[in-house]
Ligand binder design. Structure first.
Ligand code: GTP
Ligand code: MG
Length: 295
């Protein structure tokens, strides 16, 4: 049987559930998920193998209007550049709420080549599904979508419909990646992301947006993986908030992130965390490159 294979971009405004969908398709907690907008900051590939072939889904940062830091502009560029090298593009929207940021994404889709799929997510939260028809017609008036699907990424509903449409659209070809891989991102990268996920969940307001995580050490001993993570924050005040009274916040972040990393690696993990102030990194192009924020 001939197989199909290729890259599938997941595009959408922040918080519509792109990363949740990637994880549901792959079956691993690969991309970090929070209830906050702009959680994802990198392009992340998630590999799905079926008898039809291999689909490499590409999670992207949510496309947004914020322009206050160089980091925000980078995130949009990472999302926008992802469109260039893919075979199929999925526009994900929140079925319960459309915003003007969805319009920005729709404009990108209108300029996009190749097959396009419109996916409504969070249908589990919708009382009246009649609005979906209206919303589908409205979006399809601007972009000629090849298919429309309705999903609940958290409940795993509609995923097979999406995969069927994706495989119908993908070109014929042999798998790009080995069948036992679920991402091509490194273990170091994933570890840093799991730490950032817990920081985003534990901290409030602007603080989680002003921090980033670097892995200083990642070593396998005979019995476990030893990881040392450095959390870079924007100011001394933020450093205090990240550590928390008596080190409580940092301790909680560390133990939850350690559990996530251990699950992902399937190994015992020892995690150590440090916090350092690096003011201005969000507006410093050199620092953004060095910290891995590039498309
Ligand atoms: N009820 C419901 N909630 C969902 C569904 N999919 C995602 N969510 C929730 O929506 C929130 C945002 O999910 P993410 O996957 O982080 O969204 P995202 O599009 O990746 O967001 P950014 O990375 O910020 O662009 C989280 O609280 C998820 O649990 C769904 O199908 N139903
Ligand atoms: Mg995301």
């Amino acid at each position: 049987m001939t197989t199909r294979c290729g890259y599938v971009a997941l595009l959408g405004r922040p918080n519509v559930g792109k990363s949740t969908l990637l994880n549901a398709l792959v079956g691993e907690h690969l991309a970090i998920v929070t209830h906050k907008a702009q959680t994802t900051r990198h392009r992340i590939n998630g590999i799905v193998n079926r008898e039809q072939g291999q689909a490499v889904f590409v999670d992207t940062p949510g496309f947004h209007r914020r322009r206050d830091h160089a980091l925000n502009r980078r995130l949009n560029r990472i999302a926008s550049d992802t469109r260039l090298g893919v075979d199929v593009t999925v526009m994900l929207v929140d079925a319960t709420r459309m915003t003007d940021e969805d319009r920005l994404v729709l404009d990108l889709m209108a300029a996009q080549d190749g097959p396009k799929i419109l996916a409504f997510n969070k249908i589990d939260q919708l009382d009246d599904r009649a609005v979906l028809l209206e919303r589908t017609a409205e979006l399809a008036a601007t972009v000629d979508f090849d298919a429309v699907v309705y999903l609940s990424a958290t409940r795993g509903e509609g995923l097979e419909d999406l995969l069927d449409e994706v495989f119908r659209c993908l070109p014929e070809g042999d798998p790009i990646f080995d069948a036992d891989l679920f991402t091509d991102r490194s273990e170091r990268f994933l570890a840093a992301e799991m730490i950032r996920e817990q920081l985003m969940l534990q901290l409030h307001q602007e603080i989680p947006y002003g921090l980033t995580v670097e892995i200083e050490q990642f070593e396998r001993t005979r019995t476990r993986v030893e990881i040392s993570g450095l959390i870079l924050v924007a100011s001394e005040r933020h450093k205090g908030m990240v550590i928390g009274r008596g080190g409580q916040v940092l301790k909680r972040v560390g133990s939850r992130a350690r559990r996530r990393i251990a699950e992902l690696l399937g190994e015992k993990v020892h995690l150590e965390l440090h916090v350092k102030v690096r003011a201005g990194w969000m507006d410093d192009d050199g620092a953004l490159d060095e910290l891995g924020y590039s498309s």
